[in-house]
Design a protein. Structure first.
Length: 258
């Protein structure tokens, strides 16, 4: 696919999807949502880790409020059901680890796009704003799902009602993100993190995602049973055999991702 609103590079098993409408703060439009969906699907087949980041000074300003002239005239329910949901589902169900490398402002659906990734690494210059109520909307794109789970009910409610920017340090303190990194070290840092995951036990990573997500809905008994099943599957991988052998031979494992 010839992308117009994003860039996708795949190198050494690392896919980097760059939101690329820097003059609009990488705001999401119909075409970008379709391109993200396509790129995430391709990355799941062709790479062992996916990074989503933004071109220029923002990560993503959410819905392009000028799309079609004026976003207040669009059918919001249809757009969310037909365009946002498939894109977010694609990211959520991506079989490889996903990293949101949040380089700057993440607002509205852009903030929640970041939270849909498995790991969020933010530049210390980044911010996360549930901007929705500023324009008379509620958090969408998964915001009402992720926020209470990640930061607790009180903080989720405050973030949604006041719609104030949450700094990277605040987000870290709240448990919303994994790391906040000084701007000068940011790109080298997320690239190193991505490379580490790309050379890791890919099958185990997929099952880590499956198990942790299932814990939201499972009883302890169901979760223990699921862990046994998934661990049994991991036990049949070449990476498990290699991991144990490398430990016994006191060397670094060479994981193949299978
Ligand atoms: O439609 C549906 O289906 C509903 C779905 C809704 C989901 C949502 O995401 S609603 C929330 C939408 N997003 C926002 O309300 C955020 C709006 N943007 C901002 O708050 C700020 O722009 C930022 C905090 C992201 C960045 O601020 P700053 O000061 O660094 O930049 P700026 O000057 O505000 O923006 C630079 C340009 O980007 C500017 O255009 P100009 O004046 O240079 O021609 C600005 O209009 C444009 N821009 C920024 N955000 C958007 C945008 N253009 C369209 N849509 C945007 N969301």
């Amino acid at each position: 696919m010839d992308y117009q609103t994003i860039q996708l590079t795949i190198d050494q098993d690392v896919a980097v999807l760059t939101l690329n409408r820097a003059d609009r703060m990488n705001a999401l439009n119909t075409q970008m949502r379709a391109e993200i969906d396509h790129a995430v699907r391709s990355s799941g087949d062709l790479a062992r880790v996916l990074v989503i980041t933004g071109a220029g000074r923002a990560f993503c300003a959410g819905q392009d409020l000028g799309e079609g002239g004026n976003a207040s005239q669009v059918d919001l329910e249809r757009t969310l059901r037909d365009e946002y949901e498939p894109m977010l589902e694609r990211i959520y169900s991506c079989p490889i680890p996903t990293i949101a490398a949040v380089n700057g402002a993440a607002a509205g659906a852009g903030a929640n796009l970041a939270l849909a990734a498995d790991v969020v690494i933010a530049s210390e210059e980044a911010s996360f704003t549930q901007a929705f109520t500023k324009i008379g909307l509620i958090p969408d794109a998964g915001g009402t799902y992720w926020l209470p789970r990640q930061v607790g009910f009180a903080r989720a409610m405050g973030a949604a009602l006041f719609a104030e920017p949450i700094t990277a340090h605040q987000a870290l303190e709240w448990g919303m993100i994994w790391e906040a990194v000084p701007p000068a070290a940011f790109e080298a840092h997320w690239r190193a993190r991505a490379q580490a995951l790309a050379s890791g036990p890919t099958v185990a990573y997929a099952k880590v995602k499956q198990a942790l997500r299932a814990s939201y809905r499972n009883t302890l008994e169901e979760q223990l049973s699921l862990e046994a099943k998934l661990q049994g599957d991991c036990g049949h991988t070449r990476d498990f055999k290699e991991g144990v052998l490398a430990f016994l031979e006191k060397r670094k494992p060479q994981f193949e991702g299978r």
